[in-house]
Design a protein around this ligand. Structure first.
Ligand code: ADE
Ligand code: ZN
Length: 330
């Protein structure tokens, strides 16, 4: 088989995906019209043309503005259903999905609306197609820890209702200047509550943020983590502990974390023995879903088929699925 078909045929698990980052311009415009939300762009093409980012913040500004079109349970459902359709087409069998309630509750949307719409699509996909998934509620790190605590308190009454899906807690948004320590207390509480823990670290921020995500927040996976390479002791530790990194190649290129895919360190991280996985992050904004991410690194880094299989298998191994489920799905 050619490289593209080989990638398409591999079963995949996705571990770093922001559901709000799957809102394609076409659906974004349709929802804006339905909900009477005024947009700063007057066409799908004009919006897509604005997806030209210089760093993480330049993306986040558009991403939060775009999320304003999400108002009803049906809107969250349709966005999630569209993501699942794209993922199934890419032979993704399991996905652990981030969602940012604060982006919506700030606008007066009920947190129950957010949970309900996403969960309805995930349950429907599970029951109809055997598509497996989990939900990871993420705190916005540019907001205060008190705000994160308030979000946790608002969400906890829903825990039973979504016990089949809600598996973890994450930390995202602007990394620089918002170190893991800022969320030490709320992560300690989430740990007591028995949630799986992850955090974005070492995307734009220094390797010390990766160390602190591990030592202060006690996360089980690092989202991105590509700057870990700057700290040899950290690299040794990540390899030894097999702490997964959820790497997002097209995201790193679009947000100028790397200026050329041929310079991406994914292959070096893999060869150093780290549990590297490939993920799409915000695929509607960064130019592709899972297969596009695999193909981009396969070509730019001349990865072997053995390496591609390792990356895909790492996705299942690094997932929060029970061991028997990991085996069954891959
Ligand atoms: N929110 C959505 N995508 C993100 C990313 N790549 N880094 C930090 N926060 C995000
Ligand atoms: Zn991310």
């Amino acid at each position: 088989a050619d490289l593209k078909s080989f990638i398409e045929d591999m079963p995949k698990a996705e571990l770093h995906l922001h559901i709000e980052g799957t809102l394609e311009p076409e659906l974004l415009f349709a929802l804006a019209q339905r909900n009477n939300v005024k947009l700063a762009y007057d066409s799908v093409d004009a919006l897509r043309a604005a997806y030209d980012f210089s760093d993480l913040q330049s993306f986040l500004d558009l991403y939060y503005a775009g999320a304003a079109v999400l108002q009803t349970e049906q809107d969250f459902y349709e966005m999630t259903a569209a993501y699942i359709a794209r993922s199934r087409a890419d032979n993704v069998r399991h996905s652990e999905i981030f969602f940012d309630p604060q982006t919506h509750t700030e606008r007066g949307i009920g947190i129950d609306v957010v949970f309900a719409g996403i969960a309805r699509a995930l349950r429907e996909a599970r029951d109809t197609h055997g598509f497996s998934s989990g939900m990871i509620m993420s705190f916005l790190r540019h907001l205060s820890e008190d705000d994160a605590f308030a979000t946790l308190e608002a969400a906890l009454p829903l825990r039973e209702t979504y016990s089949d899906l809600w598996i973890g807690i994450g930390l995202d948004s602007a990394e620089r200047g918002n170190p893991p320590e800022k969320f030490a207390r709320v992560f300690a509480r989430c740990r007591e509550l028995g949630f799986h823990l992850v955090a974005h670290a070492g995307e734009e921020g220094p390797p010390q943020y990766v160390v602190d995500a591990l030592d202060v927040l006690h996360v089980e996976r690092i989202d991105h983590g590509v700057r870990s390479e700057e700290d040899p002791a950290l690299m040794q530790r990540l390899a030894q502990q097999r702490t997964p990194l959820t790497v997002c190649p097209l995201s790193n290129l679009k947000l100028c974390v790397v200026d050329d895919m041929r310079k991406h360190n994914l292959a070096r991280l893999l060869h150093a023995g780290l549990a590297v996985t490939v993920n799409s992050d915000d695929p509607a904004y960064f130019g592709g879903y899972m297969n596009a991410n695999f193909l981009a690194v396969a070509e730019a880094l001349r990865l072997s088929r053995t390496e591609l299989v390792m990356l895909a298998r790492n996705g299942f191994e690094a997932s929060f699925l029970p061991a028997a489920e990991k085996q069954r799905l891959l």
